[in-house]
Write a protein that binds this ligand. Structure first.
Ligand SMILES: *Cc1c(COP(=O)(O)O)cnc(C)c1O
Length: 376
């Protein structure tokens, strides 16, 4: 049987092993493990790739979100609006600072934050919006910018699943996601579109003032050593990870295009299947398929997962429980509210293997097996 994984990091590593190993070896030899010059080099390279003025690396994507909110001076009790259909880290960062997460529903087609729902959720206490570019596709940034301007809100983009993704404005201007709002936050968790060999994250901004604040917060709130102007955290990308990311960044577009090609293959195979709705791609986004997520119709999802598992095909549910139903968030009084789209998606979505090393043999086998189940 062919070996199929949700994410195949081993095969990806084999192709860049020589270069990566040399770069890791260099860091070990010169022992600048923390804040080595390679970290600065990677920050500059990523800033250039994104066309962002500043990139500040940090320990992981969750920290990136928290640090962004600290830099924007959000205070306990301030309300932050975000999507109910995302990974927990997005709301965690809000809650951990004593801010109030205000969850809103998403669109049925893009799975991204619903613009009208944002408007309805705004109160005098609202300070920021955190759009999540879920599964690799940009949220509707033009509309979000308009709302933010109207209500004087900050925008923090959660780019953890979409590094390298793009959004095109109605005037034709295209930008990389994460460089559109006030601050963009990403993760280099190994399975993300740009992943390292451990934990890592980064924060993007075009504001000099915010960049200065962010750089100080990631490093104990200091600019001059042992003089602490702000309350900060310790959140750093280590030099070994920066060295690896420097190598992988060169292939990011190739990696993202490989994902898009795999998604094209899936789309074509499932086009006529009435029980599966293939992922929607907005005309004004470059969807880079962090996940390939289908919506199932009249399907016993656990049975489908079991059937695929027996054939050696992993399939995952991102995400099985809406955030407002999570035990840890009960005290926010969200569980009584209704989020019909998120609730329906949690019951019906299924994600198929998606990574940079998918070949036609694997794709044929997976699609044939999925269709064998749906046609039963
Ligand atoms: C992965 C992820 C994060 C958190 O990143 P970590 O590096 O794991 O802390 C935040 N938001 C979303 C949407 C993610 O997928």
């Amino acid at each position: 049987m062919i070996n199929i994984q949700m994410v195949d990091l081993k095969s990806q590593y084999q192709k860049i092993k020589q270069e990566v190993d040399i770069e890791i070896e260099k860091v070990i030899s010169n022992t600048a493990f923390i804040n080595g010059s390679i970290v600065k080099e990677f920050q500059n390279n990523l800033a250039e790739y994104l066309d962002a003025k500043h990139v500040i690396t940090c320990g992981n994507g969750t920290d990136a979100l928290q640090i962004a909110m600290m830099a924007l001076d959000l205070k306990p009790g301030d309300e932050v609006i975000t999507s109910n259909f995302t990974f927990i880290a997005t709301v965690e960062a809000i809650a951990v600072l004593g801010l109030k997460p205000v969850l809103v529903d998403v669109y049925k087609d893009t799975y991204n934050i619903d613009i009208e729902a944002i408007e309805k959720a705004i109160t005098p206490k609202t300070k920021a919006i955190v759009p999540v570019h879920l599964f690799g596709q940009s949220a509707d940034m033009e509309a979000i910018i308009e709302i933010a301007k109207k209500h004087k809100l900050k925008i923090i983009e959660d780019v953890a699943q979409a590094t390298g993704g793009e959004y095109t404005f109605s005037n034709g201007e295209t930008k990389k996601v994460g460089t559109i709002g006030d601050i963009g936050c990403t993760s280099f968790f190994p399975s993300k579109n740009l992943g390292c060999f451990g934990d890592g994250g980064a924060i993007f901004t075009n504001s000099d003032e915010l960049a200065e604040s962010l750089s100080s917060i990631v490093n104990h709130g200091m600019k001059v050593r042992y003089y602490h102007d702000k309350i900060g955290v310790n959140s750093r990308l280590d030099s070994i990870q920066a060295a690896i990311l420097n190598v992988k960044l060169k292939s990011l577009d190739t990696y993202n295009n490989a994902r898009i090609e795999a998604a094209d293959f899936y789309d074509k195979a499932f086009k006529n299947c009435e029980k599966l709705i293939t992922p929607f791609r907005s005309k004004n986004t470059k969807h880079i398929f962090h996940q390939y997520t289908l919506v199932t119709k009249n399907i016993d999802r656990p049975k489908m997962q079991e059937f695929l598992k027996e054939k050696g095909i992993p399939a995952m549910i991102y995400y099985p429980v809406p955030l407002h139903k999570q035990k840890a968030y009960e005290s926010y009084g969200l569980s009584e509210l209704s989020f019909p789209i998120t609730e329906e998606l949690c019951k019906t979505v299924i994600s198929l293997p998606m990574h940079t090393e998918m070949d036609n043999e694997q794709l044929e086998y997976i699609t044939k097996s999925v269709l064998e189940f749906t046609e039963k």
